[in-house]
Design a protein around this ligand. Structure first.
Ligand code: F6P
Length: 360
């Protein structure tokens, strides 16, 4: 029986397990066995894997574990950020392992580093390699959304709602930091959904003093008798290059004359990355998984499935999913992160446009 391998790599993201589940079920339904590679590219290099299907009466069936994983956050296969995988000599070990286990197709679920690894490997093995985008940061090119983004946003919104309850009770301003090393997408989207008063993004390229001045004015205005707000919420992306506690200390110093106003900081950190996946991430995981297996079966390689870019890429059996070549994905990812992509420029423009509305 032919075998397809699947791995999850980079920062885990809710929806990865839904995608694994779909890959296993779709592959088994087409008569393929599935091998789960443990801990991403590390498992490929070290030759550590476990079967995700078993044979009964000559047909492959998902192992029972697979039935229970669709809702779970994290990844049951484990993940890693594997620095050795950039080395072509090391990657030969991965190619040899896939060959030894008779693997005829590979699905890589992960973020931009993982798509780079999948691209490099696809040129060195004689089998289809297909990527599924997964990163809470939404920093992967040529997909409107990656797995994990929706769940992370739901978690952030719930956390901000809770913080707002206590903030309103004490007339406090909170700076809430959310994940997003190089991308402010989570901060941006959450700021709109929580009616935050301000948002700080790495893409804006603003310096510390400029941010301090604008937040000081924002908080003064919000708590002024004229405006009379009871809560100020500032959402800061992790990628803004100074610590949240430093910003909070400086704001306290600037606003020390406002005696009944207090400023606090909360870093949500990894809380945002875990948790059962939302409906949307399960739905995306299932649909990405199906199309990725179909692509493997059609012999497509060095490609990634992308969501909701209907006029671009190559069509698939799903009207909302297109296939994009990994080199194109990597180029667009770089542009997203260095700010030259129209997608990044549009996001920043839209946030600048509502700047005065948020702080009103
Ligand atoms: O997966 C993306 C991400 O969550 C970033 O937002 C964050 O900067 C990074 O991963 C943290 O990674 P790690 O858990 O490896 O420190």
């Amino acid at each position: 029986m032919p075998t397809i391998a699947v791995l999850t790599s980079g920062g885990d993201a809710p929806g990865m397990n839904a995608a694994i589940q779909a890959v296993v079920k779709v592959a088994a339904s087409r008569g393929w066995e599935v091998l789960g590679i443990e801990r991403g590219f590390t498992g490929l290099l070290n030759g550590v894997a476990r079967p995700l299907t078993r044979n009964a009466d000559g047909a492959p069936y998902p192992v029972p574990e697979i039935d229970d994983i669709g809702a779970l956050g994290g990844t049951v296969l484990g993940s890693s950020r594997e620095p050795r995988f950039v080395d072509p000599v090391e990657r030969q070990k991965a190619a040899a392992f896939l060959d030894e286990r008779g693997v005829e197709g590979l699905v890589v679920i992960g973020g931009n580093g993982s798509m780079a690894g999948a691209h490099a490997l696809s040129g060195e093995v004689d089998l289809p390699v297909v990527g599924i985008p997964a990163s809470i940061d939404n920093d992967i090119g040529l997909t409107r959304e990656a797995l994990g983004v929706d769940t992370a946003l739901n978690t952030i919104v719930e956390a901000c709602d809770r913080i707002s309850d206590t903030a309103r009770s004490h007339r406090r301003a909170f700076v809430v930091e959310v994940m997003g090393r190089s991308s402010g997408y989570l901060a941006m989207a959450a700021a709109v959904a929580t009616a935050a008063d301000a948002v700080l993004l790495p893409e804006q390229g603003r310096g510390f003093d400029e941010i301090l001045d604008s937040l000081t004015a924002c908080i003064r205005h919000a708590f002024s008798p004229r405006r009379g707000k009871r809560r100020v919420l500032v959402i800061k992306a992790e990628g803004v290059q100074f610590p949240t506690h430093l910003l909070v200390d400086e704001l306290r110093a600037e606003l020390s004359d406002m005696e009944d106003v207090d400023i606090r900081g909360t870093v949500l950190g990894h809380l945002v990355r875990g948790g059962n996946s939302s409906f949307r991430d399960r739905m995306l995981g299932g649909r990405f998984g199906l199309v990725a297996v179909e692509a493997v079966l059609e012999g497509k390689t060095d490609v990634m499935v992308g969501w909701n870019l209907v006029d671009m890429g190559e069509p698939t059996s799903d009207n909302f999913i297109r296939l994009f070549s990994l080199p194109e994905v990597l180029t667009e990812t770089e542009a997203l992160l260095d700010g030259s992509s129209p997608v990044t420029q549009d996001r920043v423009r839209r946030m600048e446009a509502i700047h005065g509305v948020l702080s009103l």
